[in-house]
Design a protein around this ligand. Structure first.
Ligand code: SF4
Ligand code: SF4
Ligand code: FES
Length: 502
């Protein structure tokens, strides 16, 4: 470690730390716009300038200068404050100050720093420059050049992380703009991250724009259900609607990024839901056949571990003959985050099947009655005598369809493609009709048939997985790696557990 002094306080810093990170270790926030810990240093905004004992009499960029043994750093001298005020004034010269209609309002660094470091009326008496507004960059991203402070974070993200250079700085001086290449859209599968890292309201998410003020939504942790990577995310919800998904840091799963497809997975929670179900009718249909031959259970790779474990338990108690595995079809994948398997819990369903000692079949045949635990990818070639579906969205409906909660709405867990067991939480404040986790419908059907003993909570269903020493409530927020499931091969750039084979 390297010892430095920030505002007179001793700091044990990593020798690779720049001054911003060293100061952060003792809670001192050096303001910055263009610095991002994951991107190359641009030294573009000059907001981070501080004084150091190495360069007396001049200011140095805290993002660019690294710590040095014994270095003294001053973050709030009159000269530093003066620069911060000046920087803000320059950044705001042509800024339209249209916070009242800007989606970034409430989470904007320009707003926050104006209040903290500038807080003076504009001295500009000339007209502001007019620049392009509402320029559609691509399917997910819209650009407002007047709000842009030219920090180049978005350009660097596309070059360095997405590795698809689709943005550039064009024109000069105060006429500079961010632009896509002529005739080319910003259509990278990771384009939404540019919106997250844009410190101001210049890049906005077209799916979220004008839907809600950011201070009206509640933020809760979740795991993306868009593919088998299981990116850690935050849900932002109000009532029974999810408004947007944002990446949540997990170095071993998604670092601080997510893909665009994942960002849109909340629409399935919001739209075309099954909301009501007739439990009594489901029980009535099953009563004459319970314990008799010909019953099948299907479950999809969209089930949580608890729903899968409960499905096998349900099958055992009702005397099911066959079990069927359904899943969404594979899609595009890459060597970073996006997996071809578009199901969040294939590994979990397989693990639950092994724990139950059950063989999974791929196509639904040779049965008279079926109880489906989620219906994704379910194909029925001919009508069955009895078909009860526990389903989240409209589409495949049974004689009785019972409304299933989305993974974003329930307590439980899923396992990603490399065997990371991760927790899910109820992240939507208001209930959606009669919807409930599939394990809860299983328990209620069995109770109606007079069969007791089925799991009555997510924690009890989790225990059926037979994972020694693990309890649902004890799964840490960042998840647990089930070593026995780790793959031999890894996608080239994919984040992976510390110590896993490179
Ligand atoms: S669009 Fe945003 S991220 Fe890109 S340069 Fe402008 S302010 Fe920075
Ligand atoms: S890579 Fe997969 S898990 Fe991650 S955000 Fe995209 S769809 Fe979701
Ligand atoms: S953060 Fe250092 S110059 Fe922008």
């Amino acid at each position: 470690m390297t010892k430095v002094f920030v505002d007179g306080r001793e700091v044990e810093a990593d020798p690779r730390d720049n001054l911003i990170e060293a100061a952060r270790r003792i809670g001192v926030a050096i303001p910055y716009f263009c610095y991002h810990p994951r991107l190359s240093i641009a030294g573009q905004c000059r907001m981070c300038l501080v004084e150091t004992s190495d360069a007396p009499g001049r200011l140095v960029p805290g993002c660019q200068v690294r710590v040095k043994e014994g270095m003294k750093v001053v973050t709030s001298s009159p000269a530093v404050r003066d620069n911060q005020r000046g920087c803000m004034e320059f950044h705001l010269i042509n800024h339209p100050v249209d916070c009242a209609i800007c989606d970034q309002s409430g989470e904007c660094k320009l707003q926050d720093y104006y209040m903290e470091f500038d807080h003076q009326p504009s001295r500009i008496r000339t007209s502001k420059l007019n620049k392009p507004k509402r320029e559609i960059f691509g399917p997910l991203v819209v650009y407002d050049a007047e709000r842009c402070i030219m920090c180049t974070r978005c350009v660097r993200f596309m070059d360095e992380i997405a590795q698809e250079p689709q943005l550039a700085v064009v024109d000069r001086g105060s006429h500079s703009l961010i632009s896509t290449f002529p005739g080319q859209p910003l259509d990278s599968k990771y384009s939404g991250n540019t919106v997250d890292i844009c410190p101001v309201g210049a890049l906005l998410n077209r799916d979220f724009r004008f839907q809600s003020r950011v201070w009206f939504v509640e933020k809760s942790p979740a795991v993306c259900t868009g593919c088998a990577n299981g990116c850690n995310v935050y849900l932002e919800s109000r009532g029974n609607l999810i408004y947007r998904l944002l990446p949540r840091r997990n170095e071993e799963v998604n670092q601080v990024w997510m893909c665009d497809e994942g960002r849109l997975t909340h629409h399935e929670t919001n739209e075309k839901r099954v909301e009501q179900g007739d439990l009594a009718r489901a029980i009535e249909l099953l009563r004459p056949i319970a314990g008799k031959p010909g019953i099948g259970i299907s479950l999809s790779a969209q089930c949580t571990n608890e729903e899968a474990a409960a499905a096998f338990d349900f099958g055992a108690r009702i005397g099911a003959e066959k079990y069927f595995f359904t899943a969404r079809l594979d899609g595009d994948g890459d060597d970073f985050l996006i997996r071809q398997d578009k199901n969040p819990n294939r590994r979990g369903v397989e693990l639950a099947a092994r724990a139950a000692g059950v063989t999974l079949h791929d196509s639904v045949e040779g049965i008279k009655a079926l109880v489906a635990f989620r219906t994704d990818g379910l194909l029925l070639e001919k009508p069955l005598e009895v078909f009860i579906a526990i389903a989240q969205n409209q589409g495949i409906e049974g004689q009785v369809t019972l409304p299933c909660q989305s993974v974003y709405e329930q307590d439980g867990s899923v396992i990603n493609y490399y065997g990371r067991l991760q927790r899910t939480w109820p992240g939507v404040p208001a209930e959606r009709g009669e919807s409930a986790p599939a394990w809860s419908w299983a328990e209620r059907i069995l109770a109606g048939l007079g069969i007791a003993g089925a799991p009555r909570s997510a924690a009890a269903a989790f225990d059926l997985l037979g994972l020694p020493g693990l309890k649902l409530e004890a799964i840490p927020e960042e998840g647990v790696v089930l070593e026995q499931l780790l793959p031999a091969q890894w996608p080239k750039r994919a984040p992976r557990p510390a110590g896993a084979a490179r």
